[in-house]
Design a protein around this ligand. Structure first.
Ligand SMILES: CC(C)(COP(=O)(O)OP(=O)(O)OC[C@H]1O[C@@H](n2cnc3c(N)ncnc32)[C@H](O)[C@@H]1OP(=O)(O)O)[C@@H](O)C(=O)NCCC(=O)NCCS
Length: 143
């Protein structure tokens, strides 16, 4: 279980290189620490999971505070996966966001994790991506 792990909804004490390393270890791609810090500071909600002074998971979201939110970058360290932490982060984020609608882009193959939390596949989602070919190769869009 993820008891004993503290969820913080601010960036207090975050080492951004350590945060970026969670993406690589999870794995969920790579993040440049300075850029990831800016994306977090520009987000409406962040969630950092701490086991003592070790950062073990994170997520962030954009929200209009009324109707729509988008959750990004959920990841937990491999040794903490399958212990309920991802679910706890998601449920805490959705409660804090408080919007009736929440969307996200699942990593291909992780849809089942979100389905357990009540998410349904979107049938008309459209995305304009920086590198459409790379996004298509990773299974996020159809060209
Ligand atoms: C996805 C992730 C955040 C989930 O966090 P977690 O702490 O492992 O999740 P939890 O322990 O809360 O929940 C896991 C549950 O979801 C289930 N689950 C996990 N992946 C699943 C999948 N692809 N399909 C169906 N169920 C899945 C597990 O079987 C487990 O069920 P159980 O509680 O009955 O044993 C974590 O595994 C992770 O960081 N993965 C790598 C990065 C990533 O893919 N992030 C998602 C970005 S969209």
């Amino acid at each position: 279980m993820s008891q004993g792990i503290r969820l913080a909804f601010d960036s207090e004490g975050v080492d951004w290189a350590e945060a970026a390393s969670i993406f690589e270890r999870a794995p969920l791609g790579t993040r440049e620490p300075d850029k990831f810090e800016r994306t977090c500071r520009n987000s409406d909600l962040v969630c950092f999971a701490w086991d003592g002074d070790v950062l073990v998971g994170l997520a962030r979201a954009l929200s209009d505070g009324e109707v729509q939110s988008v959750i990004y970058d959920l990841c937990t360290l491999p040794e903490y996966q399958g212990r309920g932490l991802g679910t706890r982060i998601m449920e805490a984020m959705m409660e804090k966001l408080g919007t009736p609608n929440v969307v996200l882009w699942s990593v291909p193959g992780k849809e089942g994790f979100y389905a357990r939390l009540g998410f349904k596949p979107m049938l008309t989602a459209m995305a304009r991506m920086e590198d459409p070919e790379a996004s298509a190769a990773r299974g996020y869009i159809r060209l």
